[in-house]
Write a protein that binds this ligand. Structure first.
Ligand code: TPP
Length: 529
């Protein structure tokens, strides 16, 4: 066909082209908090889309993060110009560390007045969220916006996944452009077969292999393969330090426990092994300064990761960049020698207490909750009690933030509940943590989401008190939070609430919150150990 014979396509608006793409990508839920520079995006909002309103941008991105992680697809987010992106930056940082795919659109002033630095102008809109987006841009022309949005989606979904941002001037949405068809773009990296064969041979030759299971096992759907591999090799399995996802059944006979984010303690736990196989986690995630070896002397280390960066900065071992399920399947190609079952640390005894400690609360929650219910956790000093007494038993039933930035848990629980309406979601929150994202209660109430918000209330920033002792500081400033009334806060946002002060009232309150068809908050007044 000659150029003359090619029929021009009928132009459509940038908005219609964009929404056609969003629909093709399965992104029909928009998480947002609108402003004047975004209103035109939603003119004639299509009836097959829904808009989930969050009352502050940090909460909007947190909800989108939970939704994207639980649904397995990128979430669409709309933020208001520089200030909305600014409010959201902490949550964008967390989404980046969580490897959560997000396509963020941010409003910008009209192109014709940009030279005059107008009200709400975002001076360097594409730079503002860097380096915590995988890609960002403000397209040169209005008609380039659909292409930028498509690129943002493909990039967000490529492994390792993460957030992307497109800044769109307010007048672009009504502009005419060519329609743009969605494309298939590959997302995964499959590991080098030669290196995977080498890793499999090292594993088969090891006498005492041990597995460190990390979050990318969950992200890449490799739970069953990891169980098979551990059983095949009689390898104890440790959860990787500060893992934001659950990657292995925590009641399995080979589950050894949780590695702390501390160099010396990691070496101590892994001592005696001659091969450490790290699956889908960095080598290693540290929180405190440490010295000495990164792995016990004499042990080889093999590392399967979906993060090219993490492969390059790992201080020791053979690192292979690969989709985890593919990589583990390659390791399963090789048979194992006969090995005897390892001796593992004893499990903590069930808690019997007449004091409302976090250990006691975790034990009762484990006894009363459905094993398929989903825990979204942000209760820093309770994490230890949780690992001791609240095992995660099913895949994709645990989420916490990978970044260490508070403000994720409450809003992520809302996003998870929207994505998984058939499941009970339990948000396990410190009193301090809850206050970083309290507005998300309103969205949970409006959408009648079945979330049990459990505030583990110790009237302060207990984790910091514990850290203070590590730094040898006895009297800390700014770690006490008293006079907060969570029941009043919950009710003010439309959420039913109850306060629990005594052990004997806990079971009934938990049973009610777990059975509720809508959101319910329990303000559980725990005593410190
Ligand atoms: C955005 C942000 N600000 C501050 C901190 C520092 N920080 C770490 S743990 C913590 C205390 C959290 O308190 P709470 O949720 O009540 O849990 P607790 O430590 O009492 O278990 C704080 C403030 C952080 N991690 N993130």
């Amino acid at each position: 066909m000659s150029a003359r014979e090619i029929k021009p396509t009928t132009p459509i608006t940038v908005r219609d082209a964009a929404f056609d793409l969003f629909r093709a990508f399965g992104m029909t839920t928009v998480f947002g908090n609108p402003g004047s520079t975004e209103l035109t995006m939603f003119r004639g909002f299509p009836s097959d889309f829904r808009y989930v309103l969050g009352l502050q941008e940090s909460v909007v991105v947190g909800m989108a993060d939970g939704h994207a992680q639980a649904s397995g697809n990128a979430a669409l987010v709309n933020l208001h110009s520089a200030v909305g992106v600014g409010h959201a930056l902490g949550s964008i940082f967390t989404a980046f560390k969580n490897q959560t795919p997000l396509v963020i659109t941010a409003g910008q002033q009209a192109r014709s007045i940009l030279p005059y630095e107008p009200f709400l102008y975002s001076a360097e809109a594409a730079n503002l969220p860097k380096p915590y987006v995988k890609w960002s841009c403000e397209p040169a022309r209005a008609e380039d916006v659909p292409h930028a949005l498509a690129r943002a989606y493909y990039t967000a979904m490529q492994s390792p996944r993460g957030p992307t941002l497109v800044s769109v001037p307010v007048d672009d949405w009504d502009h005419l452009c060519e329609p743009l068809a969605a494309r298939e773009v590959s997302r995964l990296t499959l590991g080098d077969p030669t290196l995977l064969a080498k890793a499999a041979a090292l594993l088969a030759a090891a006498k005492h292999p041990v597995i460190v299971a990390g979050p990318s096992i969950a992200r890449d759907g490799a739970w069953a393969e990891t169980v098979l591999l551990a059983e095949r090799h009689e390898a104890p399995v440790w959860a990787s330090p500060r893992s934001p996802r659950n990657a292995f059944p925590e009641d399995h006979r080979l589950f050894a426990g949780f590695l702390p984010p501390d160099r010396a303690q990691i070496c101590a736990r892994l001592q005696g092994s001659d091969l450490i196989l790290v699956l889908g986690a960095p080598v290693f995630m540290y929180h405190m300064e440490g010295h000495g070896p990164h792995a016990p002397p004499g042990a080889a280390l093999v590392h399967l990761t979906d993060e090219p960066g993490a492969a390059t900065w790992a201080p020791v071992g053979l690192s292979i960049v690969t989709h985890l399920r593919h990589g583990i399947r390659a390791l399963l190609e090789v048979n194992a020698p006969t090995r005897t079952a390892p001796t593992l640390p004893a499990r903590p005894a069930p808690v019997v207490s007449d004091r409302l400690t976090d250990d006691y609360v975790m034990g009762r929650l484990a006894a009363l909750r459905d094993r398929h219910s989903i825990i979204v956790e942000e209760a820093p000093s309770t994490r230890g009690a949780m690992t001791r007494h609240l095992p995660m038993l099913e895949p994709d039933t645990f989420y916490t933030c990978a970044s260490g930035g508070l403000g994720h848990g409450l809003s992520a629980a809302v996003g998870v509940a929207i994505a998984r309406p058939e499941r009970k979601v339990i948000a396990l929150l410190g009193d301090g943590s809850a206050m970083y994202a309290i507005q998300a209660l309103w969205t949970a109430a409006e959408l009648k989401l079945p979330i049990a918000f459990l505030i583990i209330n110790n009237s302060g920033y207990q984790a910091l008190n514990e850290f203070g002792r590590l730094f040898d500081i006895q009297a800390l400033q700014g770690t006490t939070i008293e006079h907060l009334d969570f029941c009043a806060l919950a009710k003010g946002h439309g959420v039913a609430a109850e306060r629990v002060d005594r052990c004997e009232d806990l079971d009934a309150a938990l049973t009610a919150a777990l059975a509720a068809t809508g959101p319910m908050l329990l303000d559980i007044r725990v005593v410190s150990h």
